[in-house]
Design a protein around this ligand. Sequence first.
Ligand code: LLP
Length: 385
Amino acid sequence: MKETFPTDKFRNIETPFYYYDCDLLRKTLHVIQEEARKYEGYLVHYAIKANANKKVLNLISQTGIGADCVSGGEIQRCLESGFPADKVVFAGVGKADWEINLGLDNDIFCFNVESKEELEIINELAQKRGKIASVCLRINPNVGAHTHANITTGLAENKFGIAMQDMHSTVLAAMEMTHIKFIGLHFHIGSQIMDMGDFQALCERINAIQDDLKERGIEVENINVGGGLGIDYNEPDEHPIPDFQSYFKTFAKHLKLRKGQKLHFELGRSVVGQMGSLITRTLYVKQGTSKQFAIVDAGMTDLIRPALYQAHHRIVNLSNTDELQSYDVVGPICESSDVFAKGVSLNTVHRGDLIAIRSSGAYGEIMASQYNCRKLPIGYMSDEL
Ligand code: LLP
């Protein structure tokens, strides 16, 4: 399935901008729901952090899936966009009091709590409001994921979650608190994970934890395994929809759910990654001493992933089919890391050519900044063009 871009319509839009393919998003959501439905008790939440564009959120919330938030701003945004509060989970290693209060006031489904200190504050704030906060404890399972070091989160030295050795005492503390209802365990081992073996390792760790808790007479209603399923940045046309079938199957096969237990997923990148492209216009083609540069009007302020994580995004020239040449594709920002790709093969680039930076639907628009006093990029839905 080759993505076709409405290049004629793009000509009149100010660049750079994000283009979101609604059909692909709808298909992806459909596959997720069909695959998750095969298993009893599987509940999917969309991780808002990946893309919080209001039009994107409206489309996703219509499917009835839940939301995974990591800030008060995200809670507000998802409620405005039609996600029901009783399907909202709220994680984050540093929740401010106002953010906790916002969650309490809206009776969100649960707080994913990352420390004993945070648990105490939630208990206090809930008491002041006469509420009972439902809580999952985020356990750091010390399971490594084969992904970029900046986006692996489940290792013992990461700042996230409660260390395994503190788990029992924190569970007992939660169970004793008057305004906390302890309802489950939360995990998240990292992002852009392509190796199902990593999720299998997480399942095995959770099985051991559940056995251990059971021996102490503790059983929980909810297990949340976070997000992390990766996408194919190299071949977005060959794999526009991630392999949700294998993903859910891995959990079905390896995770021993207790009777009646719910299994929650917090998928971000895999939901929205492939439906988005950053569309940029070529300003100059500059001949260097040993290479040529395609200087485009998008920069690391619009898409920071290549500069921050050395991430690879497929780049295509939408404006012509002339012979292939090699380019370094760079932005206009005053930073030498403002490079989208080096030595990439593109159909001959001319001033004015439109270039698509593919697979940018996740952690693209939402991570944009105004450095150099630049405008934030706008996101357009294919339905509205
Ligand atoms: N749940 C938790 C607790 C998370 O921390 C994350 C992502 C997710 C779910 C969603 O993970 P996903 O399904 O998208 O992998 N900006 C980076 C990715 C940061 C991911 C942060 N946490 C990037 O551009 O690669």
